[in-house]
Design a protein around this ligand. Structure first.
Ligand SMILES: *Cc1c(COP(=O)(O)O)cnc(C)c1O
Length: 455
């Protein structure tokens, strides 16, 4: 895994695996699901029309209608290349990693570690060692809370979060605060639905040890000014963890440019399998942090009464990892990189501009979060005066349209906005303008039906 020497490019596909030549294994050949085989995307044309055929599930019908999948903020669909990578791994190379000295084990290890390299390049991590596999973003955040938080925080220390955090970036800190005596403080949002930077500045002090915020809110859709958040926190010597669940799948994220201390995200929201997530961290921090879970894989030398630990990233990967899922995430990263995150973000902003324009013309609809599409990622939460979000979701489902209804794992934010629950439509690279129009049409019909029925 000679990261520095290799100098492979960002768009490297599966076929470019450095140690898989024609002679030493058929991995490169049988894993020939390289996204490089798909035609290059024409940036001027509609992205969705060029990629839809890559996603088998988009061909199915739901309740007699073509599926319109607008629940991407909960999980994304998977392209053929990812399904094939997982399938091929099990069919051809399945073995445990870092253990056996036999061909399959070596292939499995190369595939698993090769995926780590792809992910590292994807977020511009200085090294693949700083990419730790977890089960999901929740586990990545818990890792930091239990390892760094429990060993570092003390009575009187302060942790700054925001009122818009997902429960996954709230509960771990509540647990750690209860155990250490640290205090939680919360950045408010402005009436426009943006992170209140002035309020943030008033919370920062020499007692601040950690700032943990979402780069993109999964309820408000707001693109938070994380660069400023990080710079300000560092002035007080505080560390910053970014919850990048809604950013890494949708826009270019560069951990070195951001200078964040940790970054957490899930594979399943970025075309990858469930069961795999990532924690990126700065090298010195990760090396200083004690292990989170103990077991096989994470050790150097074990005695009956003590043990020494493996170097990062293995120190944090106890037990047999999610190998096939990691390989699948590697294929997802190849796929997304080849299309280009800039291209995906631009496409989503077009969809959201149309969605925001249309939805605001429907009577009785309230939209949450920034009104300017440029300050948003690809999701919109809203409520309709006369219809409960769950009823709305059921009505849309009857027409094959999948949206989310509920509190979206942000109960405190809903309470803050004096809401019980909301509906949320969220887009990804494969959604078309026609789908957005169909969603608006069905929504308008539902609103009209309920308004007439209730009057
Ligand atoms: C989805 C999400 C999470 C949690 O991700 P899991 O995959 O459920 O661990 C955390 N934060 C945000 C902003 C999310 O959207």
């Amino acid at each position: 895994m000679n990261w520095g020497v290799d100098g492979v490019t960002v768009s490297a596909g599966v076929g470019q695996e450095r140690c898989h030549t024609e002679e030493n294994g058929c991995y490169a050949k049988t894993m020939a699901v390289s996204p490089l085989s798909r035609p290059k995307v024409d940036v001027a044309a509609d992205l969705a029309l060029q990629v839809r055929a890559d996603f088998p599930i988009l061909q199915r019908q739901v309740n007699g209608h073509p599926l319109i999948y607008l629940d991407n903020a909960a999980t994304s669909q998977k392209p053929q290349v990812v399904l094939q990578a997982v399938d091929q791994y099990y069919r051809h190379s399945n073995a445990n990693v870092h253990r056996g000295v036999h061909t399959l084990s070596n292939e499995a290890t190369d595939a698993y570690e090769g995926a780590r390299e792809k992910i590292a390049r994807f977020i511009n991590s200085p090294s693949p060692q700083q990419v730790i596999y977890t089960r999901n973003a929740s586990e990545a955040i818990n890792l930091v809370a239990y390892s760094w938080g429990l060993s570092t925080l003390a009575q009187g220390d302060e942790i700054i979060l925001s009122v818009m955090e997902h429960h996954s970036n709230l509960i771990p800190w509540q647990l750690v605060a209860q155990k250490t005596g640290a205090h939680l403080k919360f950045i408010r949002i402005t009436p426009k639905g943006e992170l209140d930077l002035e309020h943030y500045q008033s919370l920062l002090s020499d007692r601040t040890r950690l700032v943990a915020v979402a780069q993109v809110s999964n309820m408000l859709g707001s693109l938070n000014p994380v660069q400023e958040v990080i710079e300000l926190a560092h002035r007080y010597g505080a560390k910053v963890l970014l919850d990048a669940c809604q950013s890494v799948p949708h826009l270019p994220v560069d951990v070195q440019a951001l200078n964040c201390d940790w970054l957490a995200f899930s594979g399943h929201k970025m075309c990858g399998p469930t069961g795999i997530g990532v924690l990126y961290g700065k090298r010195d921090l990760l090396q200083a942090m004690p292990p989170f879970l103990g077991g096989g894989e994470m050790i150097a030398d074990v005695y009956l009464d003590h043990a020494t630990y493996a170097d990062i990233p293995h120190k944090f990967e106890a037990g047999t990892p999610a190998i096939a899922q990691a390989v699948g995430l590697g294929a997802a990263v190849d796929y997304l990189s080849q299309i280009g995150l800039d291209c995906i973000h631009t496409h989503e902003q077009q969809l959201i501009t149309r969605l925001l324009d249309g939805i605001q013309q429907i009577p009785g609809v309230t939209v949450y979060g920034p009104t300017d599409p440029k300050q948003r990622a690809g999701l919109v939460s809203f409520s309709v005066e006369a219809i409960h979000p769950h009823d709305l979701s059921t009505l849309l489902d009857e027409q094959g349209i999948a949206i989310r209804a509920g509190h979206h794992c942000t109960q405190p934010l809903h309470r803050y906005l004096k809401l019980q629950s909301t509906a949320r439509a969220s887009v990804y690279l494969y959604n078309t303008l026609a789908e957005v129009d169909r969603f608006l049409e069905v929504l308008a019909e539902a609103v009209e039906f309920f308004t007439v029925a209730l009057s």
